[in-house]
Ligand binder design. Structure first.
Ligand code: C2E
Ligand code: MG
Ligand code: MG
Length: 295
């Protein structure tokens, strides 16, 4: 088994010789277990969605949230989404997970609406989701089932997801845009899309990756990158969301640079639905105090 793992590692690498590395076997078994336990875990709601607020930088209003998946695995404990999503993508099961996430996010959005909380909920799509032609129909069924309008659901896709197979991805995105879903490019700045590519993407919003935002106040390079991204996005008619806003200084700086929406620990961490509701109600669905503090 270990020899086989080394063989696959060798095929993936450009090396002439790849020895078996300690720990790869355990890692491989862990990956197999993650994939094998997914269907039952979904059926048992062992996975959950947490919601992170996005605040309008002008008004302080919180009218949007990003759904982020969490898995407390009975054997492995808390699994970071970056880890299990990659494994599930590689195993070819991502459509099953994404369908579950979309269903739960839409159901939550409907529940909040019924309670008088109008929150647009965004879900993250994986690269392979964009190559799935059944995705638009699945989303439309969800709208119908939960009586939602498409503007109440947003979809976040990364630049690199689009770059994998631009023609097919752009076709799916165009169909989703036509239906009226809000589309965002996630982690902007970490991929390699060209300006020509960006211009062709049928999206409404750019999310600047947190790696440029976290050190905004210490790094003049990051400030220049963030400023140019905001200017570029606005020129193309796109809104800009900054992720990873952790400090009042960062908020202040982003506001000066004309950023539209902020997301980060300064406003709220990703919260379980009940906590998210408490947070919204306690603040009257706004973080005006924050905008005032920063003014
Ligand atoms: P992402 O979509 O860019 O999500 C933002 C990540 O930044 C989240 O990590 C969030 O908890 C974290 N974050 C938010 N505010 C701050 C901040 O102020 N400071 C710092 N240091 N971090 C902050 P998380 O939840 O661990 O998710 C990581 C990535 O996993 C996501 O990146 C996304 O690519 C993926 N992911 C999460 N949930 C889903 C999902 O439901 N479906 C898919 N396909 N991918 C998901
Ligand atoms: Mg995201
Ligand atoms: Mg992101």
């Amino acid at each position: 088994r270990r020899a086989e793992i080394a063989m696959y590692d060798a095929k993936d690498s450009q090396e002439w010789l790849v020895p078996y590395r300690a720990g790869r076997d355990e890692g491989h078994l862990r990956q197999l277990a993650i994939v094998a336990t997914l269907p039952a875990a979904l059926a048992r709601d062992e996975l959950t969605l947490h919601y992170q607020a996005k605040a309008d930088m002008g008004s302080g209003l919180i009218a949007q949230a990003e759904a982020l998946v969490r898995w407390l695995h009975p054997q492995f404990g808390f699994l970071p989404p970056d880890e299990f999503i990659t494994v599930i993508e590689q195993s070819g099961n991502i459509a099953m997970l994404t369908a579950w996430i979309i269903d739960r996010a839409a159901r939550q959005c409907r529940e909040w609406l019924s309670q008088g909380l109008d929150i647009k909920v965004s879900v993250n799509l994986s690269a392979l989701d964009l190559l799935n032609d059944e995705l638009p129909a699945l989303l439309e069924r969800c709208l119908h089932q939960y009586q939602l309008s498409p503007r109440q659901l947003g979809l976040e896709v990364t630049e690199s997801a689009v770059m994998r197979d631009p023609a097919s991805a752009l076709a799916v995105l165009a169909r989703l845009r036509e239906t009226g879903f809000g589309l965002s490019i996630d982690d902007f700045g970490t991929g390699y899309s060209s300006l020509a590519q960006l211009k062709r993407m049928p999206v409404d919003e750019l999310k600047i990756d947190k790696s440029f935002v976290l050190h905004l106040n210490e790094s003049s390079d990051d400030r220049v990158i963030v400023k140019s991204t905001i200017d570029l996005a606005h020129t193309l008619g796109l809104k800009v969301v900054a992720e990873g806003v952790e400090t009042v200084d960062a908020w202040h700086c982003l506001r000066q640079l004309g950023c539209d929406v902020a997301q980060g620990y300064l406003i709220a961490k990703p919260l379980a639905p009940a906590e998210f509701e408490r947070f919204l109600r306690a603040n009257g669905q706004s973080c005006v105090t924050l905008t005032e503090a920063a003014a």
